[in-house]
Design a protein around this ligand. Structure first.
Ligand code: PAF
Length: 280
């Protein structure tokens, strides 16, 4: 696996691949990799002739400096894992490489970035869209693979790609879960064993909501009331939001009439977790 730190070297490598007729698949990450990330890399390998993974903990998408500082990092292990799954290039820039002095441009997606996480983390998706737009221009992929645990992020990126005419395909991939149902996330490493146990109420609430829909419930208010009840029953979970919305527009629904996204953000101790399920 080749490690590239500089933008000009990455662009040169990608251009050479394109000239040679190779299809480039790209998986952007913030490191602290787990099985979920690796499944995206494996998908990228199937989709492209070469696969590039970036590791960059993007300061622009964190609302609080403390959250950025606490973001877990394990560079050596990440490199080994990427090598083992056959990554061709790890793009691993520094913050001044991505945001040099004098940097003053941002990409802002409206509407789909406003509800859910956008309502609680102002500027977050501005940071995500900006860095992803930059990474697309640096890595020049034909296809980029994103995990659907960050469902709203996928929708925001798809909107940006459409609106700004990026010439690439976005491939959203299903959430990878632990055997007990907890969605894989780099943040899980910060949960104590007791908090990890408490966190399972999120997957439980998502599954129960699906059961309610399967049994015929269509009223959003009733489903959300039960979801809140399951999340808070045992204590230890502070719900930030639980919302039922259209999976493309992310507009809230009051009555389910087709596939509907149930999105949850909740704090367990000091850790903010998100998860979702498209109710069928
Ligand atoms: O999902 C992530 O890890 C990040 O938001 C991303 C897409 C790498 C942008 O920093």
């Amino acid at each position: 696996m080749r490690i590239i730190n500089h933008i000009c070297d990455m662009q040169r490598w990608s251009e050479a691949q394109r000239v040679a007729g190779k299809k480039i698949a790209f998986v952007p990450t913030m490191g602290y990799l787990h099985e979920g990330h690796l499944s995206l890399v494996l998908k990228g390998k199937k989709q492209g002739d070469v696969v590039v993974v970036s590791i960059f903990v993007n300061p622009m998408q964190f609302n609080q400096q403390s959250d950025f500082d606490k973001y877990p990092r394990k560079d050596e292990q990440d490199r080994r894992m990427l090598e083992e799954v056959g990554t061709d290039v790890l793009f691993y820039p520094t913050a001044p490489e991505i945001y040099p002095e004098g940097f003053q441009t941002a990409v802002e997606v409206s509407k789909v970035a406003d509800p859910l996480c956008g309502a609680f983390r102002p500027e977050h998706f501005r940071g995500v869209a900006t860095v992803v737009a930059k990474l697309f221009n640096i890595v020049k992929p034909h296809v980029a693979v994103f995990g659907q645990k960050d469902f709203q992020q996928c929708v925001v990126i798809q909107q940006m790609v459409k609106d700004l005419n990026f010439d690439l395909e976005i491939l959203p991939m299903p959430t990878i879960r632990e055997s007990d149902g907890l969605a894989m996330s780099s943040r899980n490493a910060r949960l104590s064993p007791a908090e990890r146990h408490t966190s399972l109420s999120i997957a439980r609430a998502l599954n129960h909501a699906q059961e309610m829909v399967t049994e015929g419930e269509r009223r959003a208010e009733i489903i959300l009331k039960t979801v809140q009840e399951i999340l808070t029953r045992e204590g230890g979970v502070r719900v930030e939001y639980a919302s039922l919305c259209h999976p493309e527009t992310l507009e809230e629904v009051t009555q389910l009439s087709g596939p509907t996204l149930l999105a949850i953000a909740a704090w367990v101790g000091e850790v903010r977790l998100i998860d979702n399920r498209v109710l069928q």
